[in-house]
Design a protein around this ligand. Sequence first.
Ligand code: SAM
Length: 276
Amino acid sequence: MPVSLPPALGLSLDLLRCPVCRTRRLHPDHGALRCPVGHTFDITRHGYASLLTGTRATSGDDAAMVQAREWFLSTGAYAPVCGMAARLAVAAVSEQGTVVDVGCGTGYYLAGVLGQMPGARGLGLDTSVCALRSAARAHDRAAAVAWDVFRPFPLADGAADVVLNVFAPRNPTEFHRVLRPTGRLIVVRPTERHLAELRGGVSAMLTVDPAKEQRAAAPTPSPARDAGVHPTRTGPLSGTPGPRTPPASRQGLPCDSHGARSLRPPSPARRTHATR
Ligand SMILES: C[S@@+](CC[C@H](N)C(=O)[O-])C[C@H]1O[C@@H](n2cnc3c(N)ncnc32)[C@H](O)[C@@H]1O
């Protein structure tokens, strides 16, 4: 029996364009999405649309990484980060906006933002099948789509009011294309102090490249502006230990500091940047 169209995906269909021929209007057809030319993409039984075809993506979280992140996020340690992302989003657009979360993982942040925007809809992109399964269930207004951030997004120009990018790979050109002119890009990224306490005790852990700061500043010419403070816990976490701790390079784990940056392209861009 064909999979029925998940309601959240139905809400976001008009945002999508065919990744092959780039025509708009993907429509549901017997458990799939089909473009007017006939290109067809599965809607999986887990509730996300699989638009990624051809060459496999070179990155994406595996099951253990997703499980570990899900557990860690459930401790609430990054709730302040989620809260800040939601405040930046709410301040940027009307409650009825469209939020696209690129590298959405389990959908934790997208759900948190939508929770503060009662009329908004959301769409998460990720390559990880395991993450997408969770993202498709994260919020009743959040659709999930398999996509590689390094390829042109299967989204219409100017479709998003907010692009969210939390500890995930970035594609500034596509962020700019899919954001409305008045839209806002919110980036949360590790700073050089990321995981400092852990790095102090575990010499083999990777560090954050200091040049990453400059690279993160690249999309817009205006200087960064502090948007807030997000301390996270540095003591032991309560609750059941996670199944496996991914290395620092896989991000999203307890850290001592991180940045939330908000961009409003095109120029003159307004950018905010939060660190502790
Ligand atoms: C550190 S996790 C962050 C996930 C989520 N934003 C969060 O903070 O909970 C990075 C995410 O980016 C995804 N990812 C990695 N490479 C990607 C790519 N090329 N395209 C899309 N997503 C990718 C991973 O699968 C993972 O879900």
